[in-house]
Design a binder for this molecule. Structure first.
Ligand code: HEC
Ligand code: HEC
Ligand code: HEC
Length: 443
């Protein structure tokens, strides 16, 4: 009995109530008792589904896309720039009847997430990763809906999409879907372990890692052939996360990878910035340790793809002995960055500011490095709350930023950076991140 109780106390209790019922003469009072226990069970079940929905909601990263920076929770309006096509704004997915998804039926909601077809047959652009969510089954998706139904309805009309012809015609997405979107649920591969299967479901399905990490193929879908060999998001470079030891994450230990995914920082690889920081803050930090481990098991099995630059590894011991150069970049680093980032690679107040071993600090293109200096970055984590780096866009010139970036690459990566003032100028005006964000703020 004790063992059974451990397994499923609610079921045992209801059986217990039934047993007493059989033995007692007053049938009426008994059935009343049994009924109330049924009600309790239903409540408990509902609560379980709500929790499951909340968990899947987090893994899926719905919050990141459907909440505008500094905007109201799930009220939408975050701009998404599709190259040469235009801008789409994320929808308001609060239960507001008029401007949100309060009028979605269960079927419509399931179809939106599995097939990308929303209320009254509206085709959604594949900026919404339904082709990944399609691996979730109906129960999973309805659990997410139950969680969303509990949120505060917010009246917010999001700006209308601004797309070039013929992309402005929603119906045309049907063609993309016909070629690319599989509309199929996750199937277990019995030749693989339970952990691997769970990891594959999380990475390919709700976690939609390919969205940023897999390049596009000829038909504008994420390539399976070059899966996870690196892509981009909002002009941030999303690195190669295949198992290649030089250009991917094959050389990371399991423990380092687990810690990076769960917390956004791991010693010797630096901190997650930009979109990956959002991914950790809104999504991965909520995962159970088992799920994080399963993801790592699956990531390990992704075939190596040699693409991109090798990670440069100047270890912390060596860095202690490297004298900062007397260059302009070095002086600017000391003045602007040194209050948080030490030249020996360590963070002054927080590990998150530790640049030792970070790909972002050492890639010779300096793409994410310049982006981080221009726009700053922040990450949320449980024990620390929010850790943030300020934006330097308004206080440093293009040349200053290029000089700092080249100093950082040389000092922490022991190689020559190729960052020029022109590159910084281009990145400053890229129609993404900051610019689009400001535009969306003024709307
Ligand atoms: C990578 C960004 C991204 C993520 C992650 C994302 N969405 Fe979306 N979603 C969008 C965008 C952008 C749109 C608007 C698409 C359009 O207008 O065609 C959208 C549209 C929708 C719609 C259609 C609403 C309408 O306008 O009728 C629903 C429903 C929805 N998302 C639910 C979700 C849920 C639930 C999750 C998490 C499981 C989620 N989304 C995750 C970007 C995202
Ligand atoms: C919205 C885009 C986006 C999504 C979704 C995303 N990533 Fe990332 N990821 C990035 C970017 C951008 C970087 C580079 C971050 C930086 O510069 O610190 C990155 C970095 C990483 C790194 C560090 C690689 C290195 O060499 O430093 C790992 C590991 C990683 N991502 C794993 C994942 C996994 C696993 C998932 C799915 C659960 C995922 N990412 C989903 C954008 C994304
Ligand atoms: C007020 C403290 C602060 C200042 C000043 C600051 N940073 Fe940061 N920096 C941080 C924090 C905190 C993070 C981690 C943010 C995150 O993970 O989202 C970070 C992240 C970074 C990263 C990415 C970290 C990684 O491991 O990949 C780079 C590169 C970086 N900073 C460079 C600079 C440069 C260059 C300057 C000066 C122009 C600077 N920072 C100024 C606090 C600071």
């Amino acid at each position: 009995m004790a063992d059974i109780l451990k397994k499923d106390p609610h079921k045992v209790m209801s059986n217990f109530v039934k047993m007493i019922c059989v033995g007692i003469i007053s049938l009426w009072s008994c059935s009343a008792n049994a009924e109330s226990s049924v009600v309790n069970n239903a409540d408990i079940k509902k609560n379980d589904i709500l929790q499951k929905g909340e968990y899947l909601f987090h893994i899926s990263g719905c919050e990141t896309c459907h909440t505008k920076p500094n905007g109201k929770f799930l009220a939408g309006g975050r701009p998404f720039f599709m190259e040469k096509k235009g801008i789409v704004y994320s929808s308001n997915i609060t239960p507001d009847q008029k401007t949100g998804i309060g009028n979605y039926t269960n079927d419509e909601f399931v179809t939106a997430l599995q097939k990308g077809i929303g209320h009254k047959g509206k085709h959604l652009y594949p900026v919404m990763p339904y082709y990944a969510y399609t691996l979730m089954n109906r129960d999973d998706i309805l659990a997410i809906k139950i969680y969303l139904d509990q949120q505060k309805p917010i009246h917010n009309v999001v700006p209308k999409r601004d797309m070039a012809f013929p992309y402005n015609i929603r119906g045309n997405v049907a063609f993309w879907n016909w070629i690319n979107s599989s509309n199929r649920r996750f199937e277990n591969d019995n030749t693989q372990s339970k952990e691997w299967n769970r990891g594959k479901f999380l990475v390919q399905g709700p976690g939609h890692c390919a969205y940023c990490h897999s390049p596009l193929n000829w038909s504008n879908a994420h390539s399976e052939k070059q899966a996870y060999s690196g892509y981009k998001f909002e002009n941030w470079e999303a690195y190669n996360i295949s198992s290649d030891t030089d250009t991917g994450i094959g050389a990371w230990s399991d423990q380092a990878l687990e810690q990076y995914l769960k917390t956004g920082y791991t010693e010797g690889h630096g901190a997650a910035t930009g979109p990956m920081a959002e991914m950790v803050g809104h999504s991965l930090r909520y995962l159970t340790d088992n799920d994080i481990r399963s993801m790592v098991v699956y990531l390990r099995s992704i075939p190596p793809q040699e693409k991109g630059e090798e990670a440069s590894m100047v270890n912390a011991e060596e860095l202690k002995n490297v004298e900062p150069s007397r260059s302009h970049g070095s002086r600017l680093f000391a003045g602007n960055c040194g209050s948080c980032h030490l030249t020996n690679g360590l963070g002054r107040q927080s590990d998150y500011a530790s640049l030792w071993g970070s790909r972002t600090a050492t890639m010779t293109t300096g793409k994410n490095l310049v982006r981080t200096i221009l726009d700053g970055s922040s990450i949320e984590n449980d024990p620390l709350g929010k850790v943030a780096m300020p934006a330097f866009r308004d206080s440093l010139s293009d040349q200053d930023i290029a000089d700092i970036a080249n100093f950082v690459i040389a000092h922490f990566g022991n190689r020559n950076g190729h960052v020029t003032a022109e590159q910084v100028k281009d990145q400053r005006t890229e129609p993404h991140g900051y610019e689009l964000f400001m535009k969306s703020q003024s709307n």
